[in-house]
Design a binder for this molecule. Structure first.
Ligand SMILES: [Zn+2]
Length: 222
């Protein structure tokens, strides 16, 4: 079972990957984690990655593919994996296809209002970067970090107008990728508008029954 998780910013893809990695007993491979792990090492490659990231640049497809290639050869990937964070473009998808087959592509969705509510409620500690939420995960003292006592603020990126822009850019950018996997018959859409804490078991059940071939679509999980 080689799964690919797709989803726009704020959709909760990382959380769903965490839930499903346990439920399916296959590892969650996030390219963000792969890069961070690699930079912990003292190699030529790690220095190259660190330099690129420090300059705010994007790590090349070649490096990402190399990291994925090495990771999926590890023993815990014998029964499959959940890949998250790569590919982001059709071209990357084609390159990945040369490296490994993908059996299912799960495209997580939520209504725009839900995503805007989630992201624009996010407040972050200026000092230690801990994330809180205006409604969901409130700090104990208003506008103050529980961990270090510093002031909280909203990132420019998380203001409603910026979130709308980010969503629009994401949709335009990933459309060819979505079409690519849809044409191959690998894509399934999953809409989740409720907090995962309320429907965790249902999400697991519905995704499992899809992966077992008991249903051919998922749609909205309520
Ligand atoms: Zn803090």
């Amino acid at each position: 079972m080689k799964l690919l998780f797709l989803g726009s910013p704020g959709v909760g893809k990382g959380t769903y990957a965490q839930v499903m990695t346990k439920a399916l007993n296959i590892p969650h491979i996030s390219t963000g984690d792969l890069l961070r792990n690699e930079t912990q090492k003292d190699t030529k490659l790690s220095k190259e990655i660190e330099e690129t990231m420090n300059q705010g640049g994007l790590v090349s497809d070649k490096i990402l593919l190399q990291l994925i290639k090495t990771r999926i050869k590890e023993e815990d990937c014998e029964n499959g994996f959940i890949l998250d964070g790569f590919p982001r473009t059709k071209n990357q998808a084609e390159e990945l296809g040369k490296l490994t087959g993908i059996t299912h592509v799960l495209n997580f969705k939520a209504n725009d209002e839900v995503i805007i509510e989630r992201l624009s409620g996010r407040i972050i500690c200026k000092n230690c970067k801990t994330i809180f939420h205006k409604t969901g995960n409130k700090p104990k003292i208003e506008n103050t970090c529980d961990k270090c006592g510093s002031e909280l603020h909203q990132r420019e990126d998380d203001k409603p107008e910026s979130v709308k822009k980010r969503l629009k850019i994401y949709k335009e950018k990933t459309e060819p990728l979505i079409t690519h996997y849809n044409d191959k018959g690998l894509l399934v859409e999953i809409t989740i508008n409720k907090p995962i804490s309320e429907i965790r078991e249902k999400v697991i059940l519905e995704i499992k029954s899809y992966l077992e071939g008991k249903t051919d679509k998922i749609g909205e999980i309520k």
